[in-house]
Unconditional design. Structure first.
Length: 112
């Protein structure tokens, strides 16, 4: 999971580096807003934490696919057709990533 926000000036997508599991935890850590430094236009503006959205990290899904493929090949050679169950590993990675993303994006902080 990555935390992304759009720059208010140039609308470029930037990423917030310390990834925190829920928006409530992020609110307790940084408060209602934070000073965002855009990597495209180098502008510094305050961004409310409700503007941060969680997006799925495609690297984890690719890693899960590689692990699933390798383990499916190894288990196929040892156990036969039952080894194809390992193909479900990427699906497991994707469901965990999707669940974490949805959990973060559902919860919003009240504006003051």
């Amino acid at each position: 999971m990555k935390l992304a926000y759009r720059c208010p000036s140039c609308k470029a997508t930037n990423y917030y580096t310390p990834v925190i599991a829920t928006r409530g935890d992020l609110h307790m850590k940084i408060g209602d807003s934070f000073n965002a430094n855009c990597t495209s236009c180098n502008s510094k503006e305050k961004v409310h934490i409700n503007k941060i959205t969680a997006v799925q990290d495609k690297r984890l899904i690719v890693i899960g696919a590689i692990i699933g493929l390798v383990s499916a090949i190894i288990l196929w050679s040892i156990f036969g057709a039952i080894g194809t169950v390992a193909v479900g590993i990427p699906i497991l990675f994707m469901s965990v990533e999707s669940s974490a993303t949805n959990t973060f994006n559902k919860y919003m902080i009240r504006r003051r």
